[in-house]
Design a protein around this ligand. Structure first.
Ligand SMILES: Nc1ncnc2c1ncn2[C@@H]1O[C@H](COP(=O)(O)OP(=O)(O)OP(=O)(O)O)[C@@H](O)[C@H]1O
Ligand SMILES: [Mg+2]
Length: 602
């Protein structure tokens, strides 16, 4: 966990955020957005200059009324109308700025969101395995919302307010006794200082609240995802307790937060009152001494009210801006996550034409502490079929992940058609390989969509054909909605075997050079498996095929079988040759044949 909340952190956050945000606000070549940005800044400036000018009309009107010789009624009427008109104009300009600026803001939000989303897809498997998807998407969601919040409060509240403060102080200093502006200045800066201090102190509670909120959310999601498991073990009470414990911490933080807020608001109110009293008393005294007119008193009072009104929001705005900075920082932090599997600068886009796979002395570990593969050597000649078998956890799926370059090898190399996979772009590598992974998840969309995902531009007929080759047709015919049936979240509404067949159909549709089946038919009954095998053998003829299998009967026809044990290839050869060796393979074969026999005897 990062340590949030120190002032150096916020400082860093601001720098980072500006650096990341600026290119989206001032996009290269987009002159219309740049023009809008400049125009909105001008609107704010003009609006504020007018806002400071407005009370002068008011003062003039009152002074005319107040002077004994009010003969010409038209003069005060003119001032009053001018007062009302300029007030409207000032507000109008600020609103106009909103309208002009919103395109800039929303475009920035959209382009930032896309940038981060793209980056998330570019990040490696390692990152996604270590992270909870929920918290990543929440960072993205909150971060993009934060951009809007940031602009709403910084450009609509904080920035204009500061401009107004300086204009007012300057005006009062110029036209009146210097000590008025000093009094107003002291009042405002005390107010701001107090607000910042308290807000800073409160930040810990807000942060804690967010953290606890996140945690209890994750607990709830995780618990509901594991609904089935919870029921299997009757652990509902345990889940309730875990969830409630997280909620309780949230409750504590929320209560402390409210307390801090009350303290802040009352402190602010006190500072405002004292400033008002001090300034108005001094003004009153000057009026009494006939040094100032009644209009002057009204003018200064108007200024004070005009300044404090937005300042009352200042604490809130400051908090929101600060929070939005932290949230943007979280989001932009994702952009800083290193991409550990990266295309080389001079990586080539190569069409894999033959599909010859070579593993050369491949050593690999997910974590430095534990090596998974200890020097694996094998070759799959183009168009041949090689099978990998071995006990659970021996590293079979790891080999397939390395071939697909979800991870880079620690030592050694993997070559396709004689080229190291690190020398070619991931896109061109992956285009040529279709994988049916061990635990396939599907999109919560129709079966048709899920199959077509293999090659989005495939025609309807091609999708049907792929489904047919994967022995799906009979099953789909039984469904009331046929191909339009949705498969449920992660494909949970399909049986394991059905899901596998959808995954196979999808892989077939991709028409790759290389097929990689990781226990692709493990959930199927022997008959369906046999039918699919026949089809796959037909379809994958002339394709390089790497099969990871548990059931040995499915790979007897492989050109070579590799027996993997604890990250070492301990035996290799054809089915027949391996049986003759009377080693691991024969052992496994006999065990499985015994099981088959036993099930026949039952
Ligand atoms: N992301 C990961 N981080 C750390 N260790 C991992 C990761 N994925 C797999 N492992 C470990 O690597 C080892 C090999 O895993 P792999 O998935 O390759 O096994 P497998 O041979 O496919 O097993 P199975 O037959 O059960 O599918 C296992 O001991 C596993 O715990
Ligand atoms: Mg596996």
């Amino acid at each position: 966990m990062k340590n949030f909340g120190t002032s150096s952190y916020t400082q860093k956050a601001k720098l980072n955020v500006v650096k990341y945000l600026l290119p989206h606000l001032w996009p290269k070549g987009n002159w219309s957005l740049k023009f809008r940005l400049i125009l909105s800044i001008l609107c704010v400036l003009a609006g504020k200059v007018i806002a400071v000018w407005v009370p002068f009309f008011y003062k003039k009107a009152i002074d005319v009324f107040d002077s004994a010789d009010t003969q010409i009624i038209a003069v005060p009427v003119f001032f009053l109308v001018a007062y009302g008109f300029s007030r409207g104009l000032s507000t109008g300009l600020i609103e106009l700025k909103e309208a002009i600026f919103s395109r800039v803001e929303q475009r920035a939000v959209r382009s930032v969101a896309l940038t981060v989303f793209r980056h998330l897809h570019n990040l490696s498997m390692r990152f996604h395995m270590d992270r909870q998807t929920g918290s990543v998407t929440r960072s993205l969601e909150r971060g993009t919302k934060a951009i809007e919040t940031f602009f709403r409060f910084s450009t609509f509240n904080i920035l204009p307010t500061f401009i107004e403060i300086f204009l007012v102080l300057g005006t009062v200093f110029y036209f009146y006794n210097w000590y008025f502006s000093v009094l107003i200045g002291i009042g405002i800066f005390t107010y701001i200082y107090f607000t910042l201090k308290i807000t800073h102190w409160r930040a810990q509670f807000v942060r804690k609240m967010n953290e606890e909120d996140n945690i209890s959310n994750n607990k709830a999601i995780e618990s509901l995802i594991n609904f089935e498991t919870v029921k299997y073990f009757g652990n509902e009470d345990h889940e309730y307790e875990r969830y409630d414990r997280a909620q309780k911490l949230y409750e504590e933080a929320a209560v402390q937060n409210k307390f801090g807020l009350a303290l802040l608001n009352s402190g602010q109110a006190i500072i405002i009152s004292i400033t008002l009293i001090a300034v108005l008393l001094s003004c009153g005294y000057e009026v009494y001494r006939k040094e100032m007119t009644l209009g002057d008193l009204v003018l200064i009072n108007t200024y004070l009210i005009q300044l404090f009104a937005p300042l009352f929001m200042f604490g809130f705005a400051y908090r929101e801006v600060k929070r939005s900075l932290v949230e943007m920082e979280h989001m932009f932090g994702l952009l800083n996550e290193p991409v550990d599997v990266q295309d080389k600068k001079d990586a080539q886009n190569i069409d894999i034409t033959k599909g010859n796979i070579t593993f050369k002395n491949v050593v690999f570990s997910y974590n430095p502490e534990r090596e998974i593969l200890h020097g694996v050597n094998f070759d799959v000649p183009a168009g041949k079929k090689v099978a990998i078998v071995g006990p659970s956890g021996s590293g079979k799926s790891t080999i397939s992940r390395l071939l697909y370059r979800f991870y880079d090898v620690t030592e050694g190399s993997i070559e396709i058609d004689g080229v190291d996979v690190r020398e070619i772009t991931q896109k061109s590598l992956r285009k040529s390989i279709a994988v049916v992974p061990q635990d396939m998840v599907l999109f919560n969309e129709s079966i048709f969509y899920n199959i077509q995902y293999g090659r989005p531009e495939a025609t309807e007929d091609e999708v049907f054909q792929a489904a047919k080759n994967a022995q799906l047709t009979d099953f789909i015919e039984m469904l009331p909605l046929k191909f339009d049936t949705t498969v449920g979240e992660r494909g949970l509404k399909l049986s394991g075997g059905e899901k596998q067949r959808v995954a196979i159909a999808r892989a077939l549709l991709k028409r790759p050079k290389i097929f990689l089946f990781d226990e692709a038919t493990s959930s199927l009954d022997t008959k369906t498996e046999k039918d699919i095998q026949d089809k796959l053998n037909q379809v994958s003829k002339n394709h390089t095929t790497l099969v990871i299998a548990h059931r040995l009967s499915t790979i007897v026809d492989a050109d070579e079988i590799l027996v993997l044990d604890k990250g070492h290839i301990v035996e290799r050869g054809t089915h027949k040759a391996l049986l003759k060796k009377k080693g691991h393979y024969l052992n496994m074969w006999e065990r499985q044949s015994d099981e088959n026999k036993e099930s026949l005897d039952d």
